[in-house]
Design a binder for this molecule. Structure first.
Ligand code: SF4
Length: 362
């Protein structure tokens, strides 16, 4: 498969590993921010091939995992209303809220539909003018432009029965929060390449300078990860803390200006609570005032939502890199993908799901 197999070439991987092994003189802890990178690392056993002293810490970059419990509960309450068609990507359906999930709502008669694009939800709104169609808009900078475009499309079509339940989060403030945490051990970051393909690299140099931490923009294939590690370790060994782009085939320093312009038109920055982590100032987007009519939170009064996490679930520590998934007592026993106690066991980018899928029971 052209443009994919090239980035799994075993000879090239061996060469990169050799360079990493040769350059390491002491232990280092690196965080891969994105859950997609976590899955690649665990699936290909990359962490086991690295020198003993190099620890990969799994970061909070799973959008499903960090969607606040209160927002999940709000989604469940909206989806249960009789006149609503509630649309979501499939990952969200099994994510546990305080007492149930979207699958349960559907089994109880709620009209919950899996869509593959937010524009599918707009189409449903056009086809069902007598129903309210709500799309669950979650994700990082990667998915936000498509959701912003959807809102503009809904306005262009004059739809009055379409709204977005927004839970978008931003990566750079999360990096700052990780570095400010008292138990932080992270010494370098592999930044998520797809996020940077939208927002560019411009927000990272101040973070690298303030926290004296190398940040290497990294892709998702095995060679991408190894090259990111090689560059990060090289900087650590040399005492540097710079921003490097190791994913130039997808990321330009300026990002995608058209996508950023659309985001700035439709959204405004807000404080956001991350599930398991807590509130991170300036780490989210909400719909801008001029698009408030499309905001599901304003359209549906579902009252106060009382949240209750599973007392067994330690996904907050997993998301902050303080605990490996298989160190959770419930891992693989009380908590499995079929019966998840936390979002990190459900999501296709969740660290617990990655450990479970690839059987890393240590
Ligand atoms: S294994 Fe399950 S219970 Fe433990 S942290 Fe992960 S999601 Fe939570």
């Amino acid at each position: 498969m052209k443009y994919l197999d090239e980035f799994s070439d075993p000879d090239l991987a061996a060469g990169l590993l050799e360079q990493i092994h040769a350059s390491v003189t002491r232990p280092w802890a690196l965080m891969e921010v994105c859950g997609g990178q976590t899955h690649s690392i665990i699936r290909h056993g990359i962490d086991q091939l690295l020198p003993d002293g190099i620890e990969m810490i799994h970061g909070p970059g799973c959008p499903v995992c960090v969607t606040p419990l209160e927002t999940i509960d709000r989604a469940l309450a909206i989806a249960a209303q009789p006149d609503v068609i509630f649309c979501s990507f499939g990952d969200m359906l099994r994510v546990p809220g305080s007492g149930r999930d979207l699958f349960t709502v559907r089994s109880e008669g709620g009209d919950v539909r899996v869509v593959y694009s937010p524009l599918d939800a707009v189409r449903l709104a056009r086809e069902n003018p007598d129903r309210e169609v709500v799309f669950f808009g979650i994700g990082f900078e990667t998915t936000a432009p498509a959701n912003a475009m959807t809102v503009r499309q809904a306005r262009r079509l004059g739809l009055r029965n379409f709204s977005l339940l927004v839970s978008h989060v931003l990566v750079p403030p999360a990096i700052a929060a990780i570095m400010e945490a008292p138990r932080c051990r992270v010494q370098a970051f592999l930044a998520a390449g797809h996020v940077c393909s939208v927002m560019g690299t411009g927000e990272y140099p101040p973070l690298a300078a303030k926290y004296r931490v190398p940040i290497v923009v990294t892709g998702f294939e095995p060679l991408d990860i190894l090259e990111g590690v090689r560059q990060a370790v090289g900087q650590l060994e040399a005492g540097r803390h710079e921003v490097r782009n190791a994913y130039p085939r997808a990321v330009r320093d300026e990002g995608n200006p058209a996508a950023m312009a659309m985001l700035r038109d439709v959204f405004e920055v807000t404080d956001r609570t991350w599930r398991g982590i807590g509130m991170i100032p300036g780490s989210g987007w909400r719909l801008a005032e001029r698009y408030r009519e499309f905001d599901a939170e304003h359209r549906f009064a579902v009252g106060d939502v009382r949240t209750a996490e599973s007392p067994l679930c330690r996904s907050g520590e997993v998301l902050q890199g303080l605990l490996k998934p298989d160190e959770c007592a419930a891992f693989g026993t009380r908590c499995t993908p079929r019966n998840p106690l936390g979002a990190t066991m459900v999501s296709s980018e969740g660290a617990c799901a990655a450990y479970y899928a690839y059987r890393r029971l240590s």
